[in-house]
Design a protein around this ligand. Structure first.
Ligand code: PLP
Length: 404
């Protein structure tokens, strides 16, 4: 059913060599490789359709607009939103979170109001709130976690008070792999009358996502992490909330009428999409979502869970390995250190063996502070990784360990 050899043929880069060794690509948390159908669709659009969307009466412009708006419908289906009005195209999760912090902050937050985030957030779900803090004097509350990397739900509940305006939390940690219980967290927040934003950058590539089932008020993700192109992402928002938020940027596309006296804004979702959108990238994103949907997000999840548990077992057998993130609900990300060896040295030596991993703080410095470390080595799996690649990786780590 899940024919890995056939799947790998769809990704030309996987058969290239680095340092005369076949590439073992385990940096999928940072970005994923692209199947041929994604690149082909984008190339074809440049060659045979390209025209600016929305504004043209001519044939090509209309065709490009149909493709672009068709991609929005593909995204809507992928996350099961009610309407395409709820799908805002952005440059990626980072821009989605900045849009949200700016517009939600303008509409709903004043000095002393509070947002709840967690210890394990990516900087893109911390710094936009800090910018709002500097602008408006809001307060940022942080959900603590245990040593396994699980958020403490009792502590979470204690953070709510009459000044809480929003919860903004990662669905899956990009460092620990923890799958946070966002559905329960949302249900609790809603009981308190507080909406919830979910950073889905690390969940959308690995598991089925249903924003209606989660009852998420906002949900952000990046195209390039889900086998699509760079430069495009999504902010989902419930229509009644998006209606109330002011625009994030001004310019073409986002207006209805402009005069020097008064400007009126376009309807959803265009109110949040100033300027020419990356309509080629939205085509690529839609192709990527079609691709993973055809494989089945459930099948991808199962395949990656197998790889992750196998890699965890093998790593745990090795002496001197410290793994960060051993939550019961864990996704395809493994962060670790080996004895006192610097993570950068491990990453560099693995690279020489053709194994691509990521090292450093992974844009989660507050989490590193909680763990009392500078950084980790991170291996993250994708739909095309194999058990043999995990073996190569484990042998590589063992070799590096013995060298020191
Ligand atoms: N949130 C999480 C959990 C991430 O892992 C990342 C990227 O690593 C981001 C947000 C930011 O995504 P992007 O750089 O695509 O905007």
């Amino acid at each position: 059913m899940y024919d890995i050899a056939k799947i790998r043929e769809d990704f030309p880069i996987l058969s290239r060599e680095v340092y005369k060794r076949t590439l073992v690509y385990l940096d999928n948390g940072a970005t994923t490789q692209k199947p041929r159908v994604v690149v082909d669709a984008m190339t074809n659009e440049y060659y045979s359709v390209n025209a600016n969307v929305h504004r043209g009466v001519h044939f090509l412009s209309q065709q490009a607009t149909e493709l672009h708006e068709g991609s929005r419908e593909t995204v809507r289906k992928f996350v099961n939103a009610r309407s395409t009005n709820e799908i805002v195209f952005t440059r990626g999760t980072t821009e989605s979170m900045n849009l949200l912090a700016y517009s939600f902050g303008e509409a709903f937050m004043k000095e002393g109001d509070e947002v709840i985030v967690s210890t394990m957030e990516h900087h893109s779900n911390i710094v936009p709130w800090q910018l709002l803090q500097a602008r408006k004097g809001i307060v940022i509350r942080v959900i603590p976690m245990n040593d396994a990397g699980e958020l403490l739900m009792d502590e979470y509940k204690k953070l709510f008070n009459e000044r809480t305006r929003l919860v903004s939390v990662a669905h899956v940690s990009n460092v620990l792999g923890t799958i946070n219980p966002v559905k329960q967290m949302i249900a609790y927040a809603h009981e308190q009358g507080v909406p919830v934003a979910v950073d889905g950058a690390q969940s959308t590539p690995h598991m089925p996502v249903d924003v209606q089932d989660l009852d998420a008020d906002f949900f952000a993700f990046s195209g390039h992490k889900v086998y699509g192109p760079t430069g495009v992402g999504v902010l989902y928002g419930k229509e009644n909330l998006l209606e109330k938020l002011p625009p994030y940027q001004g310019g073409g596309e986002m207006i209805q009428r402009v005069s020097f006296e008064k400007t009126t804004f376009n309807e959803l979702p265009f109110k949040f999409e100033a300027g020419t959108p990356d309509y080629i990238a939205t085509t690529g994103l839609a192709k990527a979502l079609d691709y993973v949907s055809a494989l089945g997000m459930d099948n991808i999840y199962l395949h990656e869970q197998e790889l992750t548990s196998y890699a965890m077992q093998q790593l745990q057998l090795m002496p001197e390995i410290h793994i960060y993130g051993t939550a019961k609900e864990k996704d395809a990300v493994i962060s670790f250190n080996v004895g006192n060896i610097h993570h950068l040295d491990i990453g560099t030596l693995l690279d020489r063996l053709g194994i691509a991993v990521r090292t450093g703080h992974h844009c989660a410095e507050p989490l590193m502070q909680r763990l009392g470390i500078e950084g980790t080595v991170r291996a993250s799996f994708g739909l095309y990784n194999t058990k043999e690649e995990v073996d190569t990786f484990i042998a590589g780590v063992d070799r590096v360990r013995k060298m020191f």
